[in-house]
Design a protein around this ligand. Structure first.
Ligand code: C2E
Ligand code: CA
Ligand code: CA
Ligand code: CA
Length: 280
């Protein structure tokens, strides 16, 4: 048993060293990623009950020649840790808005409400955040009401006054806000009323467990009816089957996103979907 323990320890130590090395390599690669053009955006369709395209969520992709594809779930937290998220966040916002401007000029189908962009809490908390959004609006000349900023619940419980002030300033331009991963964070519903929120996005973990876990069903149901009462839109994320869509529709959900409709796609395909006024 003793021997096994020692080997176990050695293994653990080795794994830890490996992780530290991996992290150092990742950090180093991340520093050059913008300059070396290693980022691009993909767009995941958002649809209504009839499968009509109502929007896109912009999602960041990173391909590094040495590391291959690295998931944003892996590198965004690292970027936040080492302070690169500001530069990356600006890059995402600017590129999503440039693309939106191209689509705007092309002429948008009437059902299309615009593009959602994920905003890191660190990025939002930055002093100059509102200014940087205004700058991008200015340089790209987008219709601000076509921009949907996705923020997380956790952001709404700290510095309420300052967060609300920033949101209202952006709201005045017509920018919309969605709460991402709703139901996983603090969910203190009382807070919601302080902020100009347009939409709640039901986290995909609830959608995934809809049929197997009665709690998920109850929570989803509660979120949908609460959103109704508060006059908010509600969108279900991570919808992967007809079955899940049917349950959600039954609960009263009308907006969806997930592999069942489409995976995130590159800009050229997203452009085709828009041109064809695609029904998913
Ligand atoms: P998120 O904002 O909750 O984005 C949804 C994630 O679920 C995306 O993963 C998407 O590809 C994936 N997804 C969509 N439909 C389905 C489905 O039907 N089933 C399953 N299992 N997954 C689905 P992705 O693109 O890997 O992004 C992961 C997370 O990384 C995002 O979660 C978001 O928190 C973060 N992220 C991505 N892009 C950005 C960005 O530009 N800025 C910031 N700050 N964070 C980003
Ligand atoms: Ca999101
Ligand atoms: Ca989400
Ligand atoms: Ca998520």
């Amino acid at each position: 048993a003793k021997k096994k323990g020692r080997n176990g320890f050695r293994f653990y130590r080795q794994e830890m060293l490996q992780q530290i090395t991996d992290l150092a390599i990742l950090e180093k690669a991340l520093h050059g990623a913008i300059h070396d053009n290693e980022f691009y955006l993909v767009y995941q369709p958002q649809v209504n009950n009839y499968g009509v395209l109502i929007g896109y969520e912009a999602l960041l992709r990173w391909f590094n020649p040495e590391l291959g594809f690295v998931s944003p779930a892996r590198f965004i937290p690292v970027a936040e840790e080492i302070g690169l998220i500001y530069e990356i966040g600006d890059w995402v916002l600017e590129n999503a808005c440039r693309q939106l401007r191209i689509w705007q000029d092309m002429g948008l189908p009437p059902s299309f409400e615009g593009v959602a962009v994920n905003i890191s809490p660190y990025q939002f908390a930055q002093e100059g955040f509102v200014n940087s959004v205004e700058k991008v609006m200015e340089s790209t000349q987008i219709d601000p009401s076509l921009l949907d900023l996705e923020i997380t619940e956790g952001m709404l419980v700290e510095n309420i006054a300052s967060v609300a002030e920033k949101m209202w300033r952006l709201k005045e331009h017509g920018i919309r806000f969605s709460i991402d991963d709703f139901g996983t964070g603090y969910s203190s519903l009382r807070y919601l009323q302080h902020f100009p929120i347009n939409q709640l996005k039901i986290d995909q973990t609830f959608v995934r467990d809809l049929s197997s876990d009665p709690n998920s069903h109850v929570i989803t149901n509660t979120i949908v009816s609460m959103a109704e009462h508060m006059n908010l839109s509600v969108l279900a994320e991570g919808v992967e089957s007809t079955f899940e869509k049917a349950i959600l529709e039954n609960i009263g959900c009308t907006r969806y996103q997930g592999y069942y409709f489409s995976k995130p796609v590159k800009a050229d395909l997203a452009t085709l979907f828009l041109k064809d006024n695609e029904v998913f």
